[in-house]
Design a protein around this ligand. Structure first.
Ligand code: G3P
Length: 198
């Protein structure tokens, strides 16, 4: 299991990287917008703080696969090691096929069902991000979805990892961490959020 941060706040990233075993930072358009600075500057600053070895994820904003591909290429120009986040819409799945063909690493994001995750993994996504709290908020079971995803990865021997996201409390983090261990036995359950620096 690994921990990643889900923030673009430079002070929070500095603090967490100093204190905790953080292996990467994920961002999304909402998180970036909160900083009131250009995406380019934020990405370059985060990379400077986290160094060359930690992962950095940034998301495309278009709803069209061909434009998402161009965005992914532009992000890679900015940071050669960037991992591009793509939502699991039909155009997003198409974009994953195109982006992975370019050799760019992908996180499939905004996942609400295990079937979306499976489809994204088949399309070339390396990380699969279920929105745990958003599922819990609509009377779903975020932990169960994350656990089923880990199970499917194991059953079909997919080269993908669950990157559970959208946590709002430590109990959710704990439940997903337990699910990753007990169900998949594969250490493929990763957690992203900044709950511990709030
Ligand atoms: O960045 C992905 C995810 O963690 C967003 O979570 O539900 O707080 O918008 P949320």
């Amino acid at each position: 299991m690994i921990y990643m941060l889900d923030t673009a706040n430079l002070d929070a990233i500095k603090k967490a990287v100093d204190l905790y075993p953080i292996v990467g930072v994920t961002t999304n358009p909402t998180i970036i917008a909160k900083e009131n600075r250009p995406l380019r500057d934020i990405i370059l600053d985060i990379r400077e703080i986290i160094g060359p070895d930690r992962m950095l994820h940034a998301q495309v904003v278009s709803d069209n696969a061909d434009v998402m591909l161009e965005e992914a290429k532009a992000l890679r120009k900015l940071d050669s090691e960037i991992i591009v986040k793509v939502p699991v819409t039909p155009q997003g799945i198409k974009a994953m096929k195109l982006i992975s063909a370019e050799g760019i690493r992908i996180t499939a994001t905004a996942i609400l069902t295990p079937q979306q995750a499976l489809m994204a993994a088949m399309a070339g996504a390396e990380f699969l991000a279920p929105y745990v709290n958003r599922l819990d908020n609509i009377c779903g079971d975020g932990t169960q979805v994350a656990a089923e995803m880990a199970h499917l990865i194991d059953v079909y021997q997919l080269d993908a990892k669950v990157l559970a996201a959208s946590f709002k409390n430590v109990q959710q983090v704990h439940e997903v961490a337990k699910a990753g261990y007990s169900r998949s036995q594969s250490h493929r359950m990763y957690l992203t959020n900044c709950w511990f620096i709030r």
